[in-house]
Ligand binder design. Structure first.
Ligand SMILES: CC(C)(COP(=O)(O)OP(=O)(O)OC[C@H]1O[C@@H](n2cnc3c(N)ncnc32)[C@H](O)[C@@H]1OP(=O)(O)O)[C@@H](O)C(=O)NCCC(=O)NCCS
Length: 219
């Protein structure tokens, strides 16, 4: 009896986890089948359309479902198409969190979208990072930023890994990042990701201590 109870609770736990992970996909697929049902007149609410109309509607639905799935296929990897709303959120995120000397506009982010990697959960940008090549062998990892609601869940580390993949993809061999001396979360992140502190200096304008971190990336 104890075994059955243990087994049942394990099944429920795993099922809950699966639904949590794939709830968007499940909703999209259910919607797709409901509309398919309706179009074919099977729901009894609509008469059956002509074959051509049904086929073209089905193609449309398949496309729509495919797009939805690709948008929601939880947190995509790779550089994605960026829209204005996302650019706005990325600019706000960086301006609020990264203590830059100036401010970045959404237009600026959009202009450089090919160098910016970001993760999004639906319409909410989770975090972003920019990669700029500064030498043939070296690229700068900049503006690494994670939304407050998503902190300490591994997104910072994942963004850094994506940035490094991008540096490798450029053919560069060294990733570099500068961090303010009082930014403990970032310093910990870089040190625990294999970066070495190569030099520190004081910014003459702000008086801030700046730490330069570098990591050799094996091709
Ligand atoms: C730095 C930052 C990107 C980390 O993002 P995150 O998603 O919270 O980080 P992760 O969950 O991936 O954590 C990775 C590591 O970073 C370090 N870290 C993150 N937050 C920390 C904190 N509050 N205190 C101490 N270490 C911290 C830890 O070493 C952690 O590893 P662990 O969880 O195994 O201990 C995030 O704090 C941030 O956006 N800060 C503001 C912007 C900024 O300063 N960017 C850096 C510019 S270079």
């Amino acid at each position: 009896m104890q075994n059955i109870t243990h087994c049942m609770s394990k099944i429920v736990r795993n099922a809950t986890l699966l639904v949590r992970l794939f709830h968007r996909q499940v909703v999209a697929i259910t919607r797709f089948f409901m509309r398919f049902w309706e179009i074919c007149g099977l729901s009894g609410e609509r008469p059956c359309h002509t074959r051509t109309l049904t086929v073209s509607l089905l193609i449309g639905l398949l496309k729509e479902a495919g797009e939805k799935l690709s948008q929601t296929a939880s947190i995509p990897s790779g550089f994605r198409t960026m829209n204005e709303l996302q650019a706005n959120q990325i600019a706000t995120l960086i301006n609020k969190q990264n203590m830059l000397d100036g401010t970045l506009s959404a237009a600026n982010i959009l202009k450089h979208k090919d160098t910016i990697f970001f993760y999004a959960d639906g319409d909410v940008v989770i975090g972003s990072v920019k990669v700029v090549r500064v030498q043939w062998y070296q690229a700068e990892v900049k503006y690494l930023s994670v939304h407050l609601d998503y902190r300490r869940k591994g997104w910072g580390r994942k963004l850094l890994a994506e940035a490094e993949a991008c540096v490798r993809g450029m053919g560069a061999l060294v990733a570099q990042c500068t961090v303010r001396g009082d930014n403990l979360p970032s310093i910990n992140l870089f040190l625990s990701s294999g970066y070495k502190e190569t030099v520190t200096f004081t910014n003459p304008e702000s008086g801030n201590r700046v730490h330069v971190f570098q990591k050799e990336l094996k091709p």
